[in-house]
Design a protein around this ligand. Structure first.
Ligand SMILES: *Cc1c(COP(=O)(O)O)cnc(C)c1O
Length: 414
């Protein structure tokens, strides 16, 4: 069993033995759907009808003019229903559940984006859903909890450990062990035990397939560089997949550099070379852990990149140097964020802005003939309070001050 699902030395199946039957069942169904062209057709039709696919490849004309280097294009995953690429994966797993004959879905969620996407999928297919979420995250991301409940899902706050994503994953696995005859575990990124990394990357590969068609139709050639942000790795593998064998296309994965390489306040496992190879949560990869193998706390301004592990497929592409890994700091991200708003009128998710920030930093090295594609994995509405805090919006502070002064004067006069 341990030879399955390895990418170089990464990946594999490291789970409680009781789950072997359900993992084997999943592997078999996944092998079947990969052979079955009608499944992919059903999948793409579903996303066309439900999530507005294909998403556009937008030419960022103003930014391109501003830098006067390569042509910049944005893959608009932010225009998906629910606001990010996560819907691709959950709808694929929803269809797969129908083949498995399962009617209940469970999922882990950190910031709540994958939880909301899973609750949407369950409502659409008529499944029961239970979402595990660390108690700290429930408090921090209550608006997502609200939507999950309204969509009909049960949200279980997890009080174990630090009450964050890691603990939610453990609790979801515990549920699966007890209920796998009726229940499918819908993992949210291209990590975890085999076959999840391959399966999630397969569903997300729709991004890169569309990009290849769109850029060849428009420019009649392949891009020079593709940038994508990396949390667990699903949007990056989604856009990279179709180009892995195209050696002229440079692929760059961008991690959360947070407060920088000389601090502990980041979530970079590869670019800062701080990750150590280990086994946790069902698979082997680079984890942010201390000398004793304890998982470290991670930090990022973008909740979706705040994860201690990384897809085993990306770990092997890092080792083989097919994908170059970089990190963008919070400061760079906020600058790039403002730039995209004012030049292109697009509000990106803070996660996606990491990819853009690195593309901007490196644009000096490009020539006018280069084509640069940035995967805009999601939209930024969800980040409003984070971003306002980070910018300490001066207009707003001024306004509050004026308002308080006004009331003070009114009181004085009366
Ligand atoms: C969840 C999320 C990510 C990070 O997840 P990956 O699996 O690495 O893609 C990136 N961008 C957005 C908008 C997200 O919601």
């Amino acid at each position: 069993m341990q030879t399955k699902g390895f990418y170089d030395e990464f990946g594999g199946i490291f789970i409680p033995e009781v789950l072997n039957p359900v993992i084997n069942e999943l592997i078999n169904v996944f092998e079947n759907i990969k052979q079955d062209k009608s499944f992919w057709d059903e999948y793409t039709t579903l996303l066309e009808n439900f999530s507005g696919r294909p998403t556009p490849l937008t030419f960022a004309g103003n930014l391109t003019k501003h830098f006067n280097k390569g042509k910049i294009f944005l893959k608009r995953e932010d225009l998906n229903h629910s606001g990010a690429h996560k819907i691709n994966n959950v709808m694929g797993q929803g269809l797969l559940m129908r083949r498995l004959g399962k009617t209940r879905v469970i999922a882990e969620t950190g910031a709540g984006q994958h939880g909301v996407a899973t609750a949407i999928m369950a409502a659409k297919f008529g499944y029961k859903a239970t979402i595990y979420m660390g108690i700290e995250d429930v408090e921090r991301q209550y608006s997502n909890v609200f939507w999950m409940k309204k969509l009909g899902a049960t949200v279980v706050p997890v009080v174990d450990g630090a009450g964050t994503l890691k603990d939610a994953i453990n609790e979801a696995l515990r549920d699966w062990v007890g209920n796998f005859d009726t229940t499918h575990y819908c993992l949210g990124t291209a990590s975890g035990t085999h076959p999840f990394p391959e399966m999630v990357a397969y569903f997300q590969s729709i991004i890169g397939k569309e990009v290849k068609k769109q850029i060849t139709e428009r420019e009649n050639r392949l891009p020079s560089k593709i940038y994508a942000c990396v949390g667990g790795g699903s949007n990056a593998l989604g856009i990279f997949g179709e180009f892995l064998k195209e050696n002229t296309v440079e692929l760059i994965g961008v991690e959360a550099g947070g407060m920088g390489a000389d601090t502990d306040m980041h979530a970079s496992r590869l670019a800062y070379k701080t990750g150590k190879i280990g086994v946790a949560q069902g698979y082997r990869t680079y984890f942010l852990q201390d000398e004793d193998g304890q998982m470290k706390n991670t930090y990022s301004i973008a909740a979706g990149l705040d994860y201690m592990g990384v897809s085993p497929i990306l770990a092997s592409l890092y080792k083989s140097k097919r994908v170059r890994f970089e990190a963008a700091t919070d400061k760079q991200v906020l600058e790039a964020f403002q730039m995209l708003l004012s030049h292109e009128g697009i509000i990106p998710a803070l996660e996606s802005t990491h990819a853009l920030a690195k593309a901007i930093e490196e644009i000096e090295k490009s020539t006018k003939d280069d084509i640069i594609i940035v995967n805009l994995s999601g939209r930024g509405d969800k980040d409003i309070f984070n971003i306002a805090d980070a910018f300490l919006d001066n207009d707003w502070v001024e306004f509050i001050k004026k308002k308080n002064d006004y009331y003070k004067n009114v009181q004085k006069q009366s």
